[in-house]
Design a protein around this ligand. Structure first.
Ligand code: COA
Length: 334
């Protein structure tokens, strides 16, 4: 019996209009455009002033449904990857379900930080592969500006807000769609990248606010060292176990945290920069949204085409990291 594979049949994204440029940061903290560009590759990011993560997610899903030409009522399951849910409960998936009128869907949130999208994508794929669902929406959305300390120059220049979604359906071709994945987590990395305030460990108090515990904490240098190895290793591993060389991969779709991490991963995979989706310059690190945001932009511009082989790769807080291999099957953008 041939295996039913899950495949992405549509993509869509939504970003807020407002931009925070490196020049803006020069006025806010002790930094320079030159430092930010050379250390990170970032030039500007989008900021959502009014609204929450569910707005980013709902708008991205609506774009995706439009691109596929289906209604929200056809969705069976909504999975939202985020570390900036609107609230602890109800889940952002519930809020989105109501907003878009997905009256036949159930849903839940996945928390895996910058690896949120691959984790949610692989989770969603299981429901397609087992025949439980026929249409699963996976959305990565984060309003990082809501947990960013704009007086901390080490971190504030890195993050932005965005939402991007994919629709998963059964693949008509059993040799296409999501072909393989490798996912990992290692909680020993918790101390290097976290937000310690607001949860059951440190419920909100005046003290947690005074100590800025509701903002991202990151030891950038320590994270960089582990991320640069972790993302490259897992990408090389998924290629090796599928007997792929650099020439067999059309696109690397990396999490956009730092251009130097992306370049190291591409180098390890034997890929030229021209085969790497990079938009960190325009959006910064949008956490769970980075990978689908790349997919959506490259599909929209006609560069991502049906039949191409892609490797998605991520590394983030947890630690969480992984790679997903897929053959792209969505109809080309018109
Ligand atoms: N502008 C100017 N100088 C800055 C700065 C800024 N915005 N932020 C930090 N610096 C300073 C530091 O204080 C440090 O000064 P010092 O040497 O006097 O102490 C110096 O620049 C170098 O800092 P360093 O931490 O060595 O820089 P870096 O090359 O490691 O780059 C990051 C910093 C954050 C860009 C980088 O470490 C990084 O991208 N880390 C990983 C992020 C990531 O992948 N996250 C993964 C999941 S989200």
């Amino acid at each position: 019996m041939t295996k039913t594979r899950a495949t992405i049949t549509a993509v869509g994204h939504w970003v807020p209009e407002e931009r925070l440029t490196n020049a803006d940061f020069e006025k806010m903290v002790d930094t320079t455009d030159e430092w930010i560009r050379t250390r990170t590759g970032i030039v500007e990011r989008r900021i959502l002033r009014n609204g929450a993560t569910s707005d980013l997610a709902a708008n991205a899903i609506q774009e995706t449904l439009k691109n596929r030409g289906i209604s929200a009522a056809e969705i069976d399951l909504i999975i939202v990857a985020t570390v900036t849910p609107d609230m602890f409960f109800p889940s952002t998936a519930c809020l989105v379900q109501d907003r878009i009128g997905a009256k036949n869907a159930w849903g839940f949130d996945v928390s895996a930080a910058c690896s949120g999208f691959p984790f949610a994508l692989v989770t969603g794929a299981q429901f397609i592969e087992t025949g439980t669902c026929r249409k699963v929406v996976v959305v990565g959305a984060d309003k990082m500006s809501s947990i960013t300390d704009y007086t901390d120059r080490n971190n504030c220049i890195l993050f932005g807000d965005a939402g991007a979604a994919v629709l998963l359906e059964p693949s008509a071709d059993s040799s296409a769609g999501i072909l393989d994945h490798i996912l990992h987590c290692d909680g020993s990395g918790e101390r290097f990248l976290n937000m310690h305030g607001g949860g059951s460990l440190n419920p909100p108090t005046h003290e947690t606010v005074d100590k800025k515990m509701h903002y991202i904490f990151q030891d950038g240098k320590a994270v960089f060292k582990v991320a640069v190895v972790g993302m490259a290793d897992v990408s090389a591993e998924i290629m090796e176990r599928n007997n792929l060389a650099g020439k067999d991969v059309d696109w690397l779709v990396p999490h956009q945290a730092n251009l130097r991490i992306i370049d190291a991963t591409a180098g390890r995979m034997g890929l030229d920069r021209s085969k790497v989706m990079i938009n960190i310059d325009k959006y910064g690190n949008t956490t769970a949204a980075t990978i689908p945001l790349c997919l959506s932009e490259w599909w929209q511009s006609g560069k991502l085409k049906k039949g191409q082989t892609i490797v998605m790769a991520s590394f983030g807080a947890g630690w969480t990291w992984g790679a997903v291999l897929m053959k792209w099957t969505a109809e080309d953008a018109r």
